[in-house]
Design a protein around this ligand. Structure first.
Ligand SMILES: Cc1cc2nc3c(=O)[nH]c(=O)nc-3n(C[C@H](O)[C@H](O)[C@H](O)COP(=O)(O)OP(=O)(O)OC[C@H]3O[C@@H](n4cnc5c(N)ncnc54)[C@H](O)[C@@H]3O)c2cc1C
Length: 462
């Protein structure tokens, strides 16, 4: 492609900004990033409280976040945040130890021994039977192929046939049962369901395992995690500051028309002409949202195939509340509540996060899901009340809620559409209308998978 191609990128979150970085690295400088909000970072949102930043969105990374590492190198920053730690409570607020941590406890606990055995078996299966399961993106999976880059520092290109990969379309619960390793769900659930990515009986294994590949999951288990002192938003603010063309904030896109090999974008009332467009903003939102976000099919001259495919996308209703406590009610550490990570406890508090070790004058954040594929969505205010009531049960009642949001979170498709080749159909449309689709739904809803997908997109098409 001509290096002077005029490229419009919609969205100044991790996917859009890293698309800009990778384009620049490849010699494309004629790109424009349009961001609807007055800040960059998207779901990496780190507001200030008393001079310190807390996290309303993304919190952590792992050492295999290679694309995030590219960004850090590009900007000369590093992951310099507080070291994470956590404990566990049951739904009655008692501190518990679900995982026997010492050898003596493991020997006394047959369940733990069985789980360790299944964990080992699972690791082996992923390496052998499911070879290729962890490459970024979903190309070919439904047809039993893998095609992408390995999750290694060198990110080697890997490609091959593996019919077993079709199993990744199954809900993760079924996938584990089919492979005789149901107990591993107890390990994967912590960094999956409580992080808002849905329940194992509804979400295809592909999403679970591409994000939590074995190595990444073990990093969570060992709390070998990255954080950023200035918050995850800082990563993207820094990237934006280092780009030749920083994002244009407060850009309201009213219309996008694609005709005669050109893309016409009406932004804040003015029509701009481009050659190509990369969409990292939501492709489809099935309901009206209070924050005014819309799916691209609503403001683009969407074609029939775009409308049909994107209407299959659903997303999680993931609610975050930020609150203050009195010093005596301040939690001494972050807590996971495993009992509440099942569909029957929809709307309840699953985890609460304490960021700084040394102070009680800080914001604590709570996380809850209020939608499951097979049940009625819990209204926002009802969920909010349930979470505040749960905090009382946990002996850490909130004194004052200072921030809250319900996020358009983890867009995905369900098993049937996954198995029917949804991803291959969308991948076949890349570039068809001078339009490229990136961001969370094309890979997975975390900082690294989205940035990595942008890297690959630039590599493949530009
Ligand atoms: C509570 C929470 C916790 C999380 N924890 C982690 C974590 O610990 N680690 C991790 O890696 N990830 C985490 N994530 C997920 C991570 O933040 C997202 O996956 C990542 O930000 C996705 O990047 P993106 O660019 O695809 O989308 P987004 O971050 O959503 O960015 C999209 C951008 O597009 C803009 N936009 C939308 N519509 C338009 C439009 N019409 N015109 C112009 N701009 C538009 C939005 O304003 C936004 O800035 C978390 C997210 C949340 C909410």
């Amino acid at each position: 492609m001509d290096k002077n191609t005029r490229i419009c990128i919609i969205g100044g979150g991790p996917a859009g900004l890293s698309a800009g970085m990778y384009l620049e690295k490849k010699g494309y400088n004629n790109y424009t990033i349009l961001e609807r909000q007055d800040r960059v970072g998207g779901k990496c949102w780190s507001p200030y409280y008393n001079g310190k930043r807390y996290e309303m969105g993304a919190i952590m990374g792992v050492p295999s976040y290679y694309a995030v590492h590219d960004v850090e190198e590009f900007c000369g920053i590093t992951h310099d945040g507080p070291k994470l730690n956590r404990n566990y409570k049951d739904s009655q607020g008692n501190v518990i130890e679900p995982f026997a941590r010492t050898l003596g406890n493991i020997i006394k606990n047959p369940w733990m021994l069985k789980m360790k055995g299944q964990l080992k078996k699972f690791g082996d299966l992923l390496e052998t039977k499911y070879k290729g399961y962890d490459v970024n993106g979903h190309r070919g999976v439904a047809e039993g192929r893998y095609d992408g880059y390995a999750v290694t520092p060198g990110r080697e290109k890997v490609q091959g046939e593996n019919p077993n990969l079709k199993d990744l379309a199954l809900p993760f619960k079924e996938f584990c049962e089919k492979n005789g390793v149901p107990l591993v769900q107890k390990i994967w659930i912590g960094p999956f369901t409580s992080f808002g990515y849905g329940y194992f009986d509804e979400i295809p294994a592909a999403y679970v395992l591409k994000y939590l590949d074995y190595q990444t999951c073990m990093n969570f288990v060992k709390v070998n995690l990255w954080t950023w002192e200035q918050g995850t938003q800082y990563i993207w603010e820094q990237l934006n500051a280092h780009l030749k063309n920083p994002a244009r904030l407060n850009s309201t896109i009213e219309k996008v028309e694609r005709k005669d090999g050109k893309v016409y974008v009406t932004v804040n009332g003015i029509v701009e002409e481009y050659d190509k467009i990369i969409v990292t903003a939501p492709l489809y939102i099935p309901n009206k949202r209070a924050d005014g976000q819309k799916g691209m099919v609503e403001y683009f001259d969407a074609r029939q195939d775009e409308k049909e495919l994107f209407s299959k996308i659903d997303y999680e209703r993931y609610d975050v509340q930020a609150f203050l406590t009195t010093p005596e009610n301040h939690p001494e550490i972050s807590y996971y509540v495993f009992d509440n990570m099942v569909p029957e406890k929809l709307g309840h508090l699953m985890v609460y996060y304490r960021r700084w070790k040394e102070t009680k004058d800080q914001v604590i954040t709570t996380y809850a899901l209020r939608k499951h594929k097979n049940s009625k969505e819990i209204p926002y205010d009802e969920c909010k009340k349930m979470v505040l009531d749960d905090l009382k049960i946990m002996h850490n009642p909130a004194e004052k809620v200072i921030n809250e949001w319900s996020v358009y979170y983890f867009p995905h498709v369900f098993s049937e559409d996954y198995a029917n080749g949804w991803y291959d159909k969308v991948e076949a449309m890349q570039g068809k209308y001078d339009t490229f689709y990136a961001g969370e739904v094309m890979s997975f809803g975390d900082m690294d998978e989205t940035a990595e997908y942008s890297r690959e997109l630039v590599d493949r098409f530009f």
